[in-house]
Design a protein around this ligand. Structure first.
Ligand code: SF4
Length: 119
């Protein structure tokens, strides 16, 4: 099977073709990438896709009702829904500081949920 993707690792947005073994699901060839980062991105995207997640968390006693948050590292795409449920179940008390860890090692992904603003 051939999968065509766009590399989002830099603004060039190279179109990349990934050949995947139908039996094993392993990547057997990558073409179209201009640099090694593109090859690494393509392999990850086709075997274990990850995404950064941004959202908001409820704040008690803050200037605003919600504070923006993000993951400290990319997380498995398949866990986005479960992690959103975790984020939605949390309420923090003001003050919240930029960079504060809101949820440590969310669902054992190795990524923290961190505040991206003060409140
Ligand atoms: S393959 Fe390399 S040059 Fe092309 S978009 Fe990806 S990172 Fe940028």
């Amino acid at each position: 099977m051939i999968k065509n993707i766009i590399c989002v690792s830099c603004p060039m947005g190279c179109p990349i073709s990934v050949e995947i073994d139908d039996g094993t699901g392993e990547v057997v060839n990558v073409t179209g990438n201009t640099c090694p980062r593109g090859k690494a991105y393509a392999i990850t995207e086709c075997t274990a896709p990850v995404r950064m997640l941004t959202s908001t968390v409820k704040v008690k006693g803050g200037r605003t009702a919600m504070v923006p948050v993000k993951t400290s590292a990319p997380i498995p795409k398949g866990m986005m829904f479960d992690i959103m449920k975790e984020i939605n179940s949390v309420e923090v008390s003001s003050p919240v500081k930029l960079g504060q860890v809101i949820i440590e090692n969310v669902l054992n992904t190795g990524a923290d949920i961190i505040a991206t603003n003060d409140d």
